[in-house]
Design a protein around this ligand. Structure first.
Ligand SMILES: Cc1cc2nc3c(=O)[nH]c(=O)nc-3n(C[C@H](O)[C@H](O)[C@H](O)COP(=O)(O)OP(=O)(O)OC[C@H]3O[C@@H](n4cnc5c(N)ncnc54)[C@H](O)[C@@H]3O)c2cc1C
Ligand SMILES: NC(=O)c1ccc[n+]([C@@H]2O[C@H](COP(=O)([O-])OP(=O)(O)OC[C@H]3O[C@@H](n4cnc5c(N)ncnc54)[C@H](OP(=O)(O)O)[C@@H]3O)[C@@H](O)[C@H]2O)c1
Ligand code: HEM
Length: 489
C-alpha cells in the first residue's frame, strides 16, 4: 500500500510504514520537534556523518530520529529538531533507516534484527581501500535478508552535507535490487537537494563504493605518458650534456638543476603536445581503413582519445615550467649565440641586443605558450559550457595546431644555426632540439597527408555518416553538431 507524502512541493511515494509517527516528546529528549514532520527517517549511529545528515534532513523538513547506543551522552551533539534515542526506539517509527556506522560494526545490529525487518536500510558506508568481491551493502543485505538494502549517499562527505553542498558534487549514486526502494531513496535524495543517479542493482554497490577511493581516474594514462616522456628526456639530456661531457672533457658539462631540467621540460612539453594531436590523425586513418565511422576504435585509441585533455594540460604545465626556468637563466652566459657580439679592443666579447634569430625564437616560444593558455582556459568546464561546438573546435583543434606549429618554429629557429656547429653529433646522439623535432615532423607529415583533398574529402564524408559498403540511401545528411559535442569532454 502506497502513501503519498507531500514534501517541499514534491510528493514522496512511500510505504505506509514511512508515515510520520515520531512527534512524541519522549523520543526527542522531552522537546517537541519544531519542524513540521513529514516523513520519518531513522539514522543508526551518532558519529560525524549521522550529525551532518540529521542536520540536512531536519533543514529539508523531515522528521529525524537517531538511534544511538548512548543517547543521553550524544543528544546534545545533534541539531534542534533531531530526536536522539536508543536504536530500538528509533527503528520503531521509521521505515527509512540510514545505517551510519562502519561495516565492521554491522554484526552489532543483529540485536535489532526483528526491528529492522521490513525496513529500507540505506547503506552509506565507505571503505578505506578498494577491495574486490562483496560490497558493504551486499554484506548488509546478506546479514539482514528481511530488510531491503539500498546503497547511496556514500560519495558525500559529512563536511559537504553540513556545509550546504558548496564545493562538492551534487550527484548521489543509488542502487538496490528492489525497484520501489531505489525510487524512494532517489526521491529522498532529490528532496535533500542532490541529483540522484540510478545505478541499477545492488551489485553496482561495488562500483559506487569504489568512487570515493578513486584517485584522479581520468588522469592515469596522461600522467603515465607524462612520466615516461619526462624520464626519457631527462636521462637523454643527462647523458648528452652532463655525463658524456664530464667523461670526455669535450665541453663544459651543464648543470642539472636548471639547465638539464629546462631542456627536459621543453622536450616533454612539445612531445606531449604531439601526443594530443596524434590520436585525431590515427582516428582519421582508422575511419578511412574501416570505411565507416560506425565501428568502434580499438581500445587503446579510445583511451588515448579520452586522455587528450589531460595530456594537453600537462603539456601546458611543462611549457610554463620551461618558460619560467628559461627566464631565470636568461643571459649571454647561457645563450651566448642568441645575442649580438662585438669584440672589444682588449679582446673581450661584448654582448649587445638579441639577434634577429634570437628574437624570432623568443617570439614563437611566447606565442606558443600564450595561445596554449587560451586552450587551457577554454577547457575549464564553465568556459567549455559557454562555447558552442564551432567555437570549441576552433580553439581546441585549429588554435591547438597553431600552438604546435609555433612551438616547432621556436625550436627550429633555436636549433637552425647549431647544425653548423662542431660536435653536433658528438656522444653518438643527436642534439635535444633535433630529437624534439622528430615526432612533430612525423605528425605534421601525417596531417599534410590527411589534409590532401583526395584523402581529406573522404574523411569528411565518413565523418558525416557516409559508409563505403552501404548503399547511398544510408548517407547521413548534414553534420550533427550534437554528436560532435561528445568530443568536448
Ligand atoms: C591546454 C590544452 C587544453 C585542452 N583541453 C581540452 C578539453 O577541454 N577538451 C578536449 O576534448 N580536449 C582538450 N585538449 C586536447 C585537444 O586540443 C582537443 O582534443 C582537440 O579537439 C584535438 O583536435 P584534433 O584536431 O586533433 O582532432 P579532432 O577533435 O579529432 O578533430 C579533427 C577534425 O575532425 C572532425 N571530427 C572529429 N571526430 C569527428 C566525428 N566523430 N565526426 C565528425 N567529425 C569529426 C572535427 O570536426 C575536426 O575538424 C586540450 C589541449 C591543450 C593543449
Ligand atoms: N564521515 C564522513 O564524511 C563519511 C562520508 C561518507 C560515508 N561515511 C560512512 O558513514 C558511516 C559513519 O561514519 P562516521 O564518520 O560518522 O563514523 P564515526 O564518527 O566513527 O561514527 C560511527 C558511529 O557508529 C556507532 N558505532 C561505533 N561502534 C559501534 C558498534 N560497535 N556497534 C554499533 N554502533 C557502533 C557509533 O554511534 P553510537 O555510539 O551512537 O552508537 C558511532 O558514532 C561509515 O560507514 C562511513 O564509511 C562517512
Ligand atoms: C615564453 C615562452 C618560452 C620561452 C621564453 C622559451 C625559451 C626557451 C629557451 C631559452 C630555450 C633554450 C633551452 C636550452 O637549450 O637550454 C628553449 C628551447 C626549447 N623550447 Fe622553449 N620557450 C618558451 C616556450 C616554449 C613552448 C611553449 C614550447 C613547447 C610547447 C617550447 C619548446 C622548446 C623546445 C622543444 C626547445 C628545444 C630544447 C633544447 O634543445 O634545449 N618552448 N626555449
Amino acid at each position: 500500500m502506497d502513501a503519498k507524502v507531500e514534501h517541499n512541493g514534491t510528493s514522496l511515494a512511500m510505504e505506509s510504514k514511512l508515515e510520520p509517527k515520531l512527534d512524541s516528546p519522549e523520543l526527542n529528549g522531552g522537546k517537541k520537534s519544531e519542524t513540521p514532520s513529514k516523513v520519518s527517517v531513522a539514522i543508526l549511529g551518532s558519529g560525524d556523518y549521522s550529525r551532518s545528515l540529521a542536520g540536512r534532513l531536519v533543514r529539508s523538513g523531515f522528521s529525524v530520529v537517531v538511534g544511538s547506543r548512548d543517547p543521553d551522552r550524544n543528544r546534545r551533539l545533534f541539531p534542534q529538531g533531531a530526536a536522539v534515542t536508543n536504536r530500538r526506539a528509533a527503528l520503531s517509527g521509521a521505515g527509512l533507516v540510514f545505517v551510519a556506522i562502519h561495516r565492521e560494526n554491522y554484526p552489532a545490529l543483529q540485536a535489532d534484527r526483528d526491528a529492522l525487518a521490513g525496513k529500507i536500510l540505506i547503506d552509506v558506508s565507505n571503505n578505506t581501500e578498494i577491495h574486490e568481491g562483496e560490497s558493504n551493502a551486499e554484506y548488509l543485505a546478506r546479514s539482514f535478508p528481511d530488510s531491503t538494502v539500498v546503497k547511496g549517499f556514500n560519495v558525500l562527505s559529512a563536511w559537504s552535507l553540513s556545509s550546504g553542498l558548496f564545493g562538492g558534487s551534487k550527484e548521489v549514486f543509488i542502487c538496490s535490487d528492489d525497484n520501489n526502494a531505489r525510487k524512494t531513496v532517489m526521491q529522498l535524495a532529490q528532496d535533500l537537494g542532490f541529483v540522484p543517479v540510478d545505478y541499477g542493482s545492488l551489485r553496482a554497490a561495488r562500483e559506487i563504493e569504489a568512487i570515493p577511493l578513486r584517485l584522479l581516474p581520468s588522469w592515469h594514462l596522461a600522467l603515465k605518458m607524462f612520466l615516461g616522456v619526462f624520464i626519457i628526456f631527462f636521462l637523454y639530456c643527462l647523458y648528452r650534456v652532463v655525463i658524456f661531457r664530464a667523461i670526455t672533457g669535450t665541453n663544459q658539462a651543464s648543470h642539472i638543476p636548471v639547465s638539464v631540467m629546462n631542456m627536459t621540460f621543453a622536450g616533454t612539453a612539445i612531445t606531449l603536445l604531439c601526443l594530443v594531436y596524434i590520436p585525431g590523425i590515427f582516428a582519421a586513418f582508422t575511419q578511412l581503413y574501416n570505411g565507416t565511422k560506425y565501428k568502434r576504435f580499438p581500445n587503446w585509441l579510445d583511451k588515448w582519445m579520452l586522455a587528450r585533455k589531460q595530456l594537453g594540460l600537462l603539456s601546458l604545465l611543462a611549457s610554463i615550467v620551461h618558460a619560467f626556468l628559461s627566464f631565470m637563466i636568461w643571459s649571454p652566459s647561457y645563450y651566448a649565440r642568441l645575442f649580438e657580439q662585438t669584440a672589444t679592443p682588449s679582446g673581450d666579447v661584448k654582448y649587445g641586443k638579441l639577434r634577429w634569430s634570437g628574437e624570432t625564437f623568443l617570439l614563437f616560444g611566447a606565442l606558443s605558450l600564450f595561445l596554449m593558455t587560451v586552450l587551457g582556459v577554454s577547457s575549464i568546464p564553465s568556459v567549455t559550457n559557454a562555447m558552442n561546438w564551432r567555437e570549441f573546435n576552433l580553439v581546441q583543434s585549429k588554435l591547438g595546431w597553431a600552438v604546435l606549429i609555433f612551438a616547432i618554429v621556436h625550436n627550429a629557429v633555436y636549433g637552425a644555426e647549431v647544425f653548423t656547429l662542431p660536435g653536433l653529433f658528438s656522444s653518438y646522439t643527436i642534439a635535444v632540439f633535433q630529437l624534439t623535432l622528430v615526432l612533430p615532423a612525423i605528425l605534421v607529415l601525417m596531417k599534410v597527408v590527411i589534409s590532401l583533398p583526395c584523402v581529406g574529402s573522404r574523411v569528411d564524408r565518413i565523418r558525416r555518416g557516409w559508409e563505403r559498403n552501404k548503399p547511398p540511401s544510408r548517407v547521413a545528411a548534414p553534420e550533427d553538431p550534437q554528436e560532435e559535442t561528445s568530443l568536448m569532454s
